[in-house]
Design a protein around this ligand. Structure first.
Ligand code: 5GP
Length: 196
C-alpha cells in the first residue's frame, strides 16, 4: 500500500501493535527520518543495534550502534541474545532482544531500523509488527545520495546499491510504503501510521 495522507489508511494501522520495523535501502534517508521522529516524539524507543561495521566519523558506541568484534557478535548469536540479525555489505547487524522486550512490556512504541533480512525475521517472530518500507524517489537519486554521503568506499557503495535493488523489489511485501522525496511529507506520513 502506498501511503497517501488518507486518514482511513492511517486508521487501518494504528492498532497494529507497538513494534515498528522501518526498512529501506542504504542511503534512502532512514537515519534522518528516525532522528527527527525521535526529536518530535521522545516517547518512542529506538532500538540500538549491534554491528561489526567500523564506526563512521561522529558515531559512538551505545548511541548509534554497539560496535563489536565478529567474535563477540557470533557469541551474541549463539547465546540467542539477538531478536534478529543479518549480514549486510560484509558486516553483521543485529537487534539486542532484551531491551526491545522490556520496552514493549512497559507499553512503549519500539522502533527497529533494519535491512530486509532482519525485517523478514521479525515478520516471522512478531507477525503483529507494523512493517514500513522507505523508498527513494528513483534509483538514480539513491545512487547520488550514497555517493554524496561519502561515508563508504566505492566498493561498499557498489555492494549497497546491488543490495538496494533486491530490497526495493520487496517493498510491496511491507504493510506501508513511503517515498522519501520531500522530507517533511515523508515524516508526516510516517507519523500518521506510527502514532496513535
Ligand atoms: P549502516 O551501515 O548504513 O549503518 O547500515 C546498513 C544497513 O543495516 C541499513 O539498511 C540498516 O537499516 C541496517 N541495520 C542497522 N541495524 C540493523 C539491525 O540490527 N539488524 C538488521 N538486520 N539490519 C540493521
Amino acid at each position: 500500500m502506498q501511503v497517501s495522507n488518507s486518514t482511513s489508511q492511517a486508521n487501518e494501522h494504528k492498532f497494529r501493535g507497538k513494534l515498528i520495523v522501518l526498512t529501506g535501502p542504504s542511503g534512502v534517508g532512514k537515519g534522518t527520518l528516525v532522528q527527527i521522529l525521535l526529536q518530535r516524539h521522545p516517547e518512542i524507543y529506538l532500538s540500538i543495534s549491534a554491528t561489526t561495521r567500523s564506526p563512521r566519523p561522529g558515531e559512538t558506541s551505545g548511541e548509534h550502534y554497539y560496535f563489536v568484534s565478529r567474535t563477540d557478535f557470533e557469541k551474541m548469536i549463539s547465546d540467542h541474545y539477538l531478536l534478529e540479525w543479518a549480514e549486510f555489505a560484509g558486516n553483521y547487524y543485529g537487534t539486542p532482544r532484551l531491551p526491545v522486550e522490556q520496552q514493549i512490556a512497559e507499553g512503549k512504541t519500539v522502533l527497529l531500523e533494519v535491512e530486509l533480512d532482519g525485517a523478514n525475521q521479525i515478520y516471522t517472530s512478531c507477525p503483529d509488527a507494523l512493517r514500513i518500507f522507505i523508498l527513494p524517489p528513483s534509483f538514480s537519486a539513491l545512487e547520488q545520495r550514497l555517493r554524496d554521503r561519502a561515508t563508504d568506499s566505492s566498493s561498499a557503495i557498489s555492494s549497497r546499491l546491488k543490495r538496494a535493488q533486491i530490497e526495493i523489489a520487496s517493498a510491496g511485501d511491507f504493510d506501508v510504503q513511503i517515498t522519501n522525496d520531500d522530507l517533511e511529507t515523508a515524516l508526516h506520513q510516517l507519523e500518521s501510521v506510527i502514532l496513535p
